[in-house]
Design a protein around this ligand. Structure first.
Ligand code: SAH
Length: 221
């Protein structure tokens, strides 16, 4: 899966994408991440200064609006000659992103329908609406709160989709939807002493009785 992230703040994304499982997924070539910065597509004015990527909203109001053209150019570049792509925009008032969508996209990837996801990160008041009119795509919200930009939503999508792609998680069984997953977890040591009190793991988890363990997990999920 190729992720193309359109963002004016790509440096906010890299530490997360280049750590842990997503880093390994890139090394294993299970996913590839490309950055396209609309600021790179700004024309220079006569004085040699770059033009602004944002401007005042028509109709008034606080906050700046991201200009259409630098984003259109970035999306055009990300699309190139590809046909197997899907564009995603972000908005706090859009349809909620859930694991169902992540699974659907990973299935479309498996069926070779979508190989390239283009994630468009808004900022400030938002992006000029003509962009999504010209390049149609799906809109998603990652939750009922307003963030300062689409970068965290983009990371949420990359993360939740990538872990559904075969070979990204070391053990295929790690994907929760395919097994009974408990919300309680224990690892070594078996007993912890903290402020003079002992904390043991539930004995059943050491019993070796798989049926009992599955029952316990179901009860504690
Ligand atoms: N004025 C807008 C909010 C803009 S927030 C409104 O009220 O709808 C700036 C950008 O951050 C948005 O364009 C979007 O890309 C992103 N964003 C903020 N909160 C988000 C959320 N909950 N889900 C998805 N994207 C969000």
């Amino acid at each position: 899966m190729n992720f193309h992230i359109i963002s004016i703040f790509p440096e906010t994304l890299k530490p997360y994408l280049n750590s842990s499982i997503l880093k390994k997924a890139q090394e294993k070539k299970k996913i590839k991440i490309f950055f396209h910065n609309p600021i790179d597509f700004l024309e220079k004015s006569k004085s040699g200064l770059s033009k602004r990527v944002d401007d005042k909203p028509y109709g008034g109001g606080p906050g700046m609006v991201l200009k259409a053209e630098p984003f259109l150019k970035s999306i055009k570049k990300a699309i190139g000659r590809k046909k197997d792509f899907q564009i995603i925009y972000f908005s706090p008032s859009a349809k909620k992103w859930t694991n169902k969508e992540a699974i659907k996209i990973s299935k479309n990837f498996k069926n070779k329908k979508i190989k390239n996801l283009i994630l468009v990160c808004g900022r400030y008041e938002g992006l000029d609406s003509r962009v999504s009119k010209i390049y149609s795509g799906k809109f998603y919200s990652v939750g009922d709160y307003v963030l300062t930009g689409g970068e965290i939503p983009a990371l949420i999508l990359v993360d939740s989709i990538s872990r559904q792609i075969e070979g990204v998680l070391g053990n295929e069984d790690s994907v929760e939807e395919k097994r009974i997953s408990s919300s309680k977890f224990f690892t070594r040591p078996e007993e912890i002493l903290w402020n003079k009190k002992k904390y043991k793991i539930p004995a059943v988890l050491k019993s070796g009785d798989h049926k009992k363990i599955e029952n316990w997990k179901e009860k504690n999920s």
